[in-house]
Design a protein around this ligand. Structure first.
Ligand SMILES: *Cc1c(COP(=O)(O)O)cnc(C)c1O
Length: 416
């Protein structure tokens, strides 16, 4: 046989590809899994009906509540991904034909609209140019006008991962309150929860969606949902069909730490370690670190003379930066070169941003030098792709910021 790649061939005829060093992952999910979390995942299979299984899981539920900042809500973990948690949130609390208010300003907010439509909701969509976020004033106007309370839910994509735009959830809550409107508030926090401040109870969020593979620094596989008391109440009368994702099945079993079907036990054990890490660092410090690291990346981008997709500082995301390239540079080439030549994964420009932008994901288990390496690889790939930037310019700007901000951070910890 010719062209065979059988591993049964003699060793000396097998092609061996040696890659030195690590591959660098800067996509905004899945994120880098810390070494201790990876090792925690490596355990023998667990008995998910063992008498002491609840010792693990009950602590996870209560600690995830701290991450969402909710005391009155319930946390549910579905085997699945963030998209599954979106579906669970909708089908458990809304009925076909229900009017919902959503905005579309990036790939993820667009997909959420599409899902709501597929599930038979009557979606009132506000289209916003990509680069801005949830249009609070427009939402406020529509809520004020809805005197008969036909809008049953308002949806907010807290952090639009496609454009690197963070929306103001608290402002949407204020708009609801000022209109005396009792619609449910849905928030997609998949790329914000555990990285950017998220305050479920304070913001009156009813359905908060997260996933395991972003801020929680785990492999994909858990769709995580926090549900308010009002959300739970709504689930009693909502008539959307749901089977696998039915809240009641989960909540009843979860009371004692068990699941109605096989949970991904390894991920739950890994989650224990990632939560321990988050609390050891302190959630507020985690948010401050994300801000500090993101600001360095932004300064690097500014030093190249490039713009972010995010239109104004009020929208800047601390977990992902989407970077516009000049018209004579193809962002797809930049991403391919970074991967092939420098073993660095950058995020692609999604949908209308394809070829026009690339993204640097800066969330999860990350530090200053890692962000510098992302900028360094991007600079080389940009130059290789014909960009007229000066090598080292972005790295230098970020270094200057990290030296400075690092000192400040250290001083503030020492002062505590
Ligand atoms: C990643 C992401 C999703 C999709 O989550 P999956 O886990 O891939 O299903 C949804 N929304 C946002 C904002 C995301 O970043």
């Amino acid at each position: 046989m010719t062209g065979t790649t059988s591993t049964f061939r003699p060793a000396e005829t097998r092609k061996r590809v040696v890659k030195n060093g690590i591959t660098h992952l800067f996509v905004p999910g899945p994120t880098n899994v810390p070494e201790d979390v990876r090792q925690a995942l490596n355990v023998p299979m667990q008995d998910m009906r063992a008498p002491d299984f609840g010792d693990l899981t009950l602590g996870l539920f209560s600690d995830l509540k701290k991450v969402f900042k909710t005391e009155t809500g319930r946390v549910i973990m579905f085997p699945g991904s963030g998209t599954g948690a979106w579906e669970a949130a909708i089908t458990n609390t809304l009925s076909p034909g229900d009017k919902v208010l959503m905005a579309r300003f990036g790939q993820f907010s667009s997909l959420w609209v599409e899902m709501a439509e597929r599930l038979g909701l009557d979606v009132e969509v506000v289209d916003v140019a990509w680069g801005a976020g949830t249009p609070v004033a427009e939402f406020a106007r529509r809520l004020q006008d809805d005197t008969r309370g036909r809008i049953k839910a308002v949806f907010v994509t807290h952090n639009e991962t496609a454009t690197g735009v963070t929306s103001d959830v608290a402002a949407v809550r204020r708009a609801l309150n000022e209109a005396y409107h009792d619609a449910l508030l849905f928030v997609d926090g998949v790329s914000s929860v555990a990285s950017i401040d998220f305050r479920m109870d304070e913001w009156g969020v009813d359905l908060a969606v997260a996933g395991s593979q972003k801020g929680l620094m785990l492999p994909a596989g858990l769709g995580i949902l926090a549900v308010s008391e009002k959300g739970l109440e709504a689930s009693k009368s909502a008539t959307s069909r749901r089977a696998y994702f039915r809240f009641e099945d989960m909540l009843g079993m979860n009371e004692t730490g068990y699941f109605p079907y096989t949970p991904p036990t390894q991920l739950l054990i890994g989650l224990r370690t990632s939560l321990d890490r988050l609390f050891a660092e302190g959630l507020e410090n985690v948010f401050a670190r994300h801000h500090r690291l993101a600001e360095g990346v932004r300064r690097g981008v500014a030093a190249w003379g490039y713009n972010l997709v995010a239109e104004a500082p009020c929208w800047y995301s601390d977990t992902v930066s989407a970077i516009r390239v000049p018209q004579d540079v193809d962002a797809r080439e930049v991403i391919a070169t970074a991967y092939n030549k420098y073993r660095t994964s950058l995020g692609t420009g999604l949908a209308q941003l394809a070829g026009k932008a690339f993204r640097i994901g800066h969330l999860g288990d990350l530090n200053e030098v890692m962000c510098l390496s992302a900028l360094a690889a991007a600079e080389m790939a940009l130059v290789d792709s014909g960009a007229k930037i000066e090598l080292g310019s972005g790295v230098g700007a970020a270094q200057a910021w990290y030296c400075d901000a690092g000192n400040q951070a250290e001083h503030s910890i020492a002062a505590e």
